[in-house]
Ligand binder design. Sequence first.
Ligand code: GDG
Length: 468
Amino acid sequence: MSRLIVISNRVSRPGKSGNQGGLAVALSQALRESRGIWVGWSGEVTDHFTGHIGFSEDQGVKTATIDLEEQDVDEYYNGYANKTLWPLFHFRIDLAEYARDFEGGYNRVNRRFAETVSPLIEPDDIIWVHDYHMIPLGQMLRDRGLDNRMGFFLHIPWPPTRLLVSLPHHTKLVQALFAYDVVGFHTEEWLESFRHYVEREMGGTVAGDFVTLGDRTIQAVACPIGINAKEFADAAVSDDAKYMFETVSRSLQDRAMIVGVDRLDYSKGLEERFGGYARFLKDHPEYHRKVVLTQVAPPSREDVESYQKIRATLDSLAGRINGEYSDVDWTPIRYVNQGYPRDKLAGIYRSAKIGLVTPLRDGMNLVAKEYVAAQDPEDPGVLILSRFAGAAMQLKDALLINPYSPEEMSDAILRALAMPLDERKKRWRAMMDSVETQDISWWRSSFTSRLSAVRRDAPTVEPEPAAG
Ligand code: GDG
C-alpha cells in the first residue's frame, strides 16, 4: 500500500482536542492505515524561517509541521488566502483585495512548503493537497523533480469565469492545477465552472472527466464531501448530548427552537438569516413568544477586517431585533459567540425543530448534514437549506430557499413549523439515506481510489472521445 501524504494549511492531531472534525478523522484513518504523514503549518510564528520540521505522532498519525514568519502569515494566510481567494471564490469580488505582496507571500509560503516537504517524499507516495491555500504547491513539487501521483481537492466553490478573471494572474493560478493528476470539487456546478474557464480562457479541451491543457491531461471530478454519519448520530444520543438536549429544552419552555451553527463568516449569510427571521416575526405575530432562533457563531479569522465588520454588524442586528420583539420572558434570538464540543453540539441540533442553514455561497456545508444526522428518527426536525450551498445538490428533501429573500425564508419557517410528522419523517429519511451513503469514508475512498489508479509512467492519459 502506498503511503498517503496529506498537505493542508493546518493539520489536526487526534490527541490534541479529542474532538476532531469529520475531515480530520477520515484523513487520520487513511494516514494511519498507510503509515502516511500529514503536513501543514504549525500555527506558530517564528522570527526567521528555517525549514525546521516539527515531527510528532499521535494515535498512529504522523504529523510534520513548519513555523512561518509573521510576514508569511500576513501575506499568505490573512492576505492572499483569506482576503483575496476566499471572497473571490465565494463570488464576493466586492470584498476581494488584490495586492502584489499577498500574491508574493502566497507563492513564497507554497515554495517553503515544497522545499520542506520534498525530501520527505518517497517515489511511491500518493500526495493529496487540500484547499485554496495550496493551489501552486503541486507545480512547485513537480519543479523539484517529484513524479508522484498527486491530487488536489478544493473545499470551497469554484467561481464563474467572469468573476475569476478579475484576479490578477488568474491564468497562472489555474495553470498550476494541471500539475496534479486528479482535481476534485464538491459539486458539478463548481466543476462545470472550472471546465468553462479552462476552455474559454485557456483554450483547453474537455472529454468526460478528462481536461487537457497543452500536453497535460488531468482528471477533474465532482466528489461531494460527507460526514461520519454513524458517529454523529451516536454523538446525538451521548450523555453530553442528552444533557444539552435537556438543558436547552427546559430553557425553551415549549417554544420551538430554530438553530444555526456557523463560523462567523460573511459567506454564511448570517445577516440575511437574521433579516429573514425578523421578517417572519413581523409577518407572524401569532408566533411571538413561540419560537427562538439560537445562532451559534464562533468567531473566525479575527485578524481580517471584513470579519471584524461582520461581527459588529451581527451584534447590532441581533440587538435591534431583540430590542424590537423581546419581552421580559422571551428573547427571540440567542446569539452565542462560542463553540461547543461536538457531542454537545449534536444535542443542540437535536433539540431544534428547524435547522436554518442559509449560506450565500458554500462549497458544501457540513452543518446541514450534521443537523440531519443528529435528528431523532421518530420526531425529526426540518432542514431549511440555501440552494447556494453545495449540500443542496444532495439534500433535495430540505426546504430549499434563496437566502437573499427574507420572504422565502419567512415562508419556509412557517411551513417547517407546521409540517406534519409524516412529511417530516419522509423528508428526513431521504436526506439521511444520502448522508449515510455518501459519508466521509465514501468521499475519501472515491477520491483516493482515482488517484491510486493514475499511472505516472503514462502521464498523458488517453482521453475518451467526447460524446457528440
Ligand atoms: C469549508 C467549506 C465545506 C462550527 N461551530 C462549531 C463546530 N463547527 C463545525 C461544524 C462543521 C464545521 O465546523 C463547519 O463546516 P462547514 O462545512 O459548515 O464550513 P467551513 O468551515 O466553511 O468549511 C465548506 C467544508 O470546508 C468541508 O469541505 O463543507 O463549504 O467552506 O463540522 O460542526 N464544531 C464544534 N463546535 C462548534 O461550536 N464542535
